[in-house]
Design a binder for this molecule. Structure first.
Ligand SMILES: [Zn+2]
Length: 179
C-alpha cells in the first residue's frame, strides 16, 4: 500500500510503499536527502513516532533519532560524543615568501644599482605580494568529529567555523533529546 508524506525540506508530496519506511532517499524536487518516515498508522518503535527534525540543510539532516551527513547515516544511539576539531591552515610557505622577498631586494641594493635594483624590486613585490595573498587565502579547516563505539570520524569539513558549530550544536541537542 502506498503511503503519502511530505519532504521534510521543501514540502514536496511523495509516496512510498511500506518496505521503504525508514530508508534513506533523495527528494526529487529539492535533491536533498531524507529518511522516508513511518506512517503513524503502522506499527513502529515509539522513538520513531516522536522523531523530530532539529536541523537541516543541503548536506546535513539532524533529527532526534539519526544524523545524515552527505551520504552517511549515523544512528544517534551509537554516537557517544560530538565536537568541533580544527586543522590549522598551513602558512609556512607564505612566511618564507615574505621573508625572502626583502632579502632579495636588500641583496640587489647592496650589490649594484640600476637594472639589478629594478629587477630586485620587482621580485620583492611579487614574492611579498604572493606571500600576503597566500596568508589571506589560507584558512583553518573545521570538522564535525563524531565519536562512536567504532572510533572517531570526521563527518563534515568546512572553513566556516560558525557553520560547523551550528551542526555540532544541533547534534548535541539531538543527543540530549534522544536520551
Ligand atoms: Zn524536497
Amino acid at each position: 500500500m502506498d503511503y503519502k508524506f511530505e519532504c521534510i525540506h521543501c514540502g514536496q508530496r511523495m509516496s512510498a510503499t511500506d518496505d521503504l519506511f525508514g530508508t534513506k532517499s533523495v527528494c526529487p524536487s529539492c535533491n536533498r536527502p531524507f529518511v522516508i518516515p513511518f506512517p503513524n498508522s503502522t506499527r513502529q518503535p515509539a522513538k520513531r513516532m516522536s522523531e523530530e527534525v532539529i536541523y537541516t540543510d543541503q548536506n546535513v539532516s539532524v533529527t532526534t533519532s539519526r544524523l545524515i551527513i552527505s551520504e552517511t547515516t549515523y544512528a544517534l544511539r551509537n554516537i557517544t560524543s560530538v565536537k568541533t576539531t580544527v586543522e590549522p591552515a598551513k602558512r609556512g610557505c607564505a612566511t618564507i615568501l615574505v621573508i625572502v622577498g626583502p632579502l632579495i631586494l636588500f641583496g640587489s641594493i647592496v650589490n649594484e644599482g640600476g637594472a639589478n635594483f629594478i629587477g630586485g624590486l620587482m621580485i620583492f613585490l611579487i614574492l611579498v605580494g604572493a606571500g600576503i595573498l597566500w596568508f589571506i587565502a589560507s584558512k583553518n579547516v573545521y570538522y564535525v568529529s563524531i565519536a562512536s563505539s567504532s572510533g572517531e570520524a570526521k563527518a563534515l569539513a568546512s572553513k566556516d567555523r560558525s557553520y560547523i558549530k551550528k551542526v555540532v550544536d544541533a547534534i548535541n541537542e539531538a543527543i540530549v533529546r534522544y536520551n
